[in-house]
Design a protein. Sequence first.
Length: 328
Amino acid sequence: MSAPRLGAVAYLNMLPHFFDDAEIELYATPTALNQALARGEIDAGCSSLVAGLDLRLRPLKPLLGVAAAQRVRSVFVEPVFVEMADKTRWQELLHHVSAMSDIPTGELIHPEVAGENLVTVHTSGASAQSLWLLESMLCSAGMRSQVRSIDFAAELEPTKALRDQFRSYNVENEGLHCLLVIGDRALKRNALHDLSEVDLRVDVAQLWRSFSGLPCVFALWFGHSRLSEGALEEIQGRVAERLERWRAASPQQRWSAVVDFLDCSGQSDLVAVLGKAAILDYLGTLQYDLGSMGYAQSLQIMQHLHEVTRLPQAPPSSVQHEAERVAL
């Protein structure tokens, strides 16, 4: 029997999962990885929770993935204030999202009675998980959302250029506008445009913490349902071994792995933009072993939101299909 085929996203935050393992297939975006899983091109992957549930994949146990207890820095929402009143409206929106932490899980979301207030989310479409999380939180806070595709450079000034571009959209509809930026592009944009320049930029992990009171899970290792229990255990052991090697590596070994990865992926400019200390600190803030109670509770809330937002009455921007509970 051939060895299981594994996949991960070629993002810096995934490096510990494929550290010292040249056989793991790397994909440019989470969406590309999810598509490979859906087509059966790989047997298991560190994928988004929403994709794993959509495809009815089986989570590896003990749970492994990528999560952040507080700020993640590589996924954020950046408001673009087109009108004078938008800043106040954005502050009110953040307050409504934070207030949801006191609401029982079963009452968190009511997509069939979406509010009148509209938020247009501009994104490259590279991450279904981050987009789905954001839309679920907006919907729970009584907001409607729509999604527009955008391809922008990390260096683009986050002020006049974006305001001019988005102002034209308000000819057809009023509402707030924001960017959803993920991955290494987000790290670079955060470094190039400090929070003092971009008022009220929100880290998605911090937004989820305000929303749920819990850490945010961005990805989990899933295996196909066709795999035997023994195969799933073998894959889990292989991934756990890679993570243990990363933890045991010296700072110099980790940095060498970072530099090699960035060179191979054509992102060596991240070293100049962020610097060694900031990159290693970023990797050190992420969590990869997700067996603790806080992560389990967070996943349960996400699973509830998935069951509601993926039903036929969900907003048009959501993928619609019959949800099926997966034991996490």
